[in-house]
Write a protein that binds this ligand. Structure first.
Ligand SMILES: NC(=O)c1ccc[n+]([C@@H]2O[C@H](COP(=O)([O-])OP(=O)(O)OC[C@H]3O[C@@H](n4cnc5c(N)ncnc54)[C@H](OP(=O)(O)O)[C@@H]3O)[C@@H](O)[C@H]2O)c1
Length: 279
């Protein structure tokens, strides 16, 4: 049996640290005596989190959008300087919308933040990770990376992509010291679900987990080096059903389409008729 992965004294890069799940995970990792490099867009939220954590558990803060090459370079430099052995790609954004109503910029942003940025960060940190005795890359996907859902077309595409990235990477680094762990939460009570997304979850009867619970499940998956974890029941059942009998899930979601449509956020009316390929 493979030994449990432990965090004592390891340098862990945690993106999305200022979010609902990220803050909880930072606390759990600090309690395991990890040394954290925390990243989020909001500097004030990072400073607040650092102040809440035990002394000396935070060895670096990286504030700003990781979609920005300067911020990404800064985080990579911290990770290399501190010899990180764990990278947790937790950052993410979402938008509940009719796909044809989304503007091109919003689609690009979702793909960039949820898929391209985690891939680039992983690619840049792998050389330092592979130099450690043992190391780990953990990607946080979503149940929507296994089940395509109306209203979340672009988000689902990014999370399906992230799952493929985790699987292929795991197989490519199988002969190195790096384990690749992929965790797929279901709906969780965080800012990501504020507003219309929460109303839709209520209307569909979707359970929302507490962020502390989800962070605990992520830590467990990492300790056990589990390649793939889907959180929640009946979501795990629907993931299997969708793989074996996708037509059944098509039919079930077709029955819910009217409810989904009532909760979609309409795009403001266009003010220009100029062609824009990116729109
Ligand atoms: N909540 C759910 O229902 C749910 C379900 C399944 C999967 N997930 C996944 O779980 C992860 C965490 O989500 P959450 O619920 O904790 O969401 P959240 O509370 O909205 O937190 C999102 C985090 O990502 C950071 N972030 C977003 N864009 C960024 C960028 N361009 N550069 C750097 N950081 C960026 C945010 O920074 P700031 O706070 O500083 O802006 C924040 O720390 C995401 O990958 C999400 O897709 C969430």
């Amino acid at each position: 049996m493979t030994a449990r992965f432990t965090f004592n004294n390891r340098v862990c890069v945690l993106t999305g640290a200022t979010g609902g799940i990220g803050r909880q995970l930072a606390h759990l990792l600090a309690a395991e005596h990890a040394r954290l490099i925390l990243c989020g867009r909001r500097e004030d939220a990072l400073e607040t989190l650092k102040a809440e954590l035990p002394d000396k558990s935070v060895v670096g803060l990286c504030a700003g959008s990781l979609d920005d090459a300067v911020i990404l370079d800064r985080l990579v430099a911290y990770g290399m300087e501190k010899q990180c052995s764990v990278l947790i790609n937790l950052l993410g954004i979402n938008q509940l919308a009719d796909f044809t109503d989304m503007d091109g910029q919003a689609v690009n942003q979702l793909v960039r933040t949820n898929l391209v940025t985690p891939m680039q960060l992983t690619r840049r940190l792998l050389p330092v990770l592979t130099r450690q005795p043992t190391a780990m890359v953990t990607n946080i996907g979503s149940v929507f990376g296994h089940i395509g859902h109306p209203g979340y077309v672009a988000y689902c595409a990014t999370k399906f992509g992230l799952r493929g990235f985790s699987e292929a990477l795991r197989r490519e680094v199988a002969d190195t010291c790096v384990s690749v762990v992929h965790v797929e939460p279901r709906a969780t009570k965080t800012a990501m679900n504020d507003g219309p997304a929460r109303a839709l979850n209520d209307a569909l009867g979707n359970h929302e987990d507490e962020p502390a619970e989800v962070a605990g499940e992520i830590l467990t998956a990492m300790r056990r080096r589990r390649p793939m974890t889907v959180l929640g029941w009946p979501e795990r059942f629907f993931v299997s059903l969708n793989q074996i009998l996708p037509g059944v899930v098509d039919k079930a979601l077709r029955g819910k389409l009217a409810i989904v449509r009532r909760h979609l956020v309409a795009r403001p009316a266009q003010t220009t008729s100029a062609p824009n390929r990116n729109r």
